[in-house]
Design a protein. Structure first.
Length: 217
């Protein structure tokens, strides 16, 4: 999956002259962490929720309420926006974008063409939606979790067992915990018991919350 296929094309932006208090409202209403700043059709910067949070309390000095309200009514985005714009191109793999956002603690990335034209925006909400989609939650079915050897051919063997039962795989995912490989399979059945039993009969270890409970107590 590529960034360009999951990016937001219709999203909220502000201008350098947008009032900070209005930008704060837009962030809250749209459940965003970051707003891109556009000026005459060009991307000129961005402002984060934390930037606005820092800017507003900074005005609380010895000013009286009238003076404070006056300053808040005049404070615009151009006074606090950042210009070191983080961008990415639409052909980048979605997992690379997610890793970059995680590594650099980014709320989002502007998606631009090779000539720096703004095409879209990708943020944490998009990444969460992609994760839910990848895990097959929207397609229903049942989830089976196995702790397996980290060797080649494991997924092929598991899919073969499921195929023999006449079922289809909705999604698969691989995680690592304590140097062990954990595979999560979602099958198109409301009853996972036959699959779990068949896999256990083949020597696979089926695990659930009870197997990890001691680690979160």
């Amino acid at each position: 999956m590529y960034v360009g296929l999951k990016m937001l094309k219709n999203f909220v932006t502000v201008t350098p002259q947008t009032l900070v208090k209005d930008a704060e409202r837009l962030l809250e209403e749209n459940r965003l962490w970051k707003l891109l700043v556009m000026d005459q059709g060009k991307l000129v910067g961005y402002v984060r929720k934390s930037d606005i949070a820092r800017a507003l309390p900074s005005l609380v000095t010895s000013l009286d309420r009238h003076e404070l309200n006056y300053l808040l009514a005049k404070l615009t985005i151009d006074k606090i926006m950042r210009t070191n714009i983080e961008v990415i191109t639409p052909d980048v793999e979605i997992e690379l974008a997610a890793k970059r956002m995680s590594d650099e603690d980014l709320a989002g990335l502007a998606v631009v063409s090779e000539d720096d034209e703004l095409l879209g925006y990708i943020n944490r909400n998009v990444m969460l939606d992609v994760f839910v989609e990848e895990m097959g939650m929207q397609q229903g079915g049942s989830r089976i979790t196995l702790e397996v050897e980290d060797r080649s051919g494991v997924l092929h063997e598991i899919s073969g067992v499921i195929k023999e039962l006449g079922m289809s795989i909705i999604s698969t995912a691989t995680f690592y915990h304590d140097n062990k490989r954990v595979i999560v399979v979602r099958v198109d059945s409301t009853d996972p018991a036959p699959v779990a039993e068949a896999l256990a009969a083949k020597g696979y270890r089926i695990v659930g919350p009870q197997d990890f409970e001691q680690e979160w107590r």
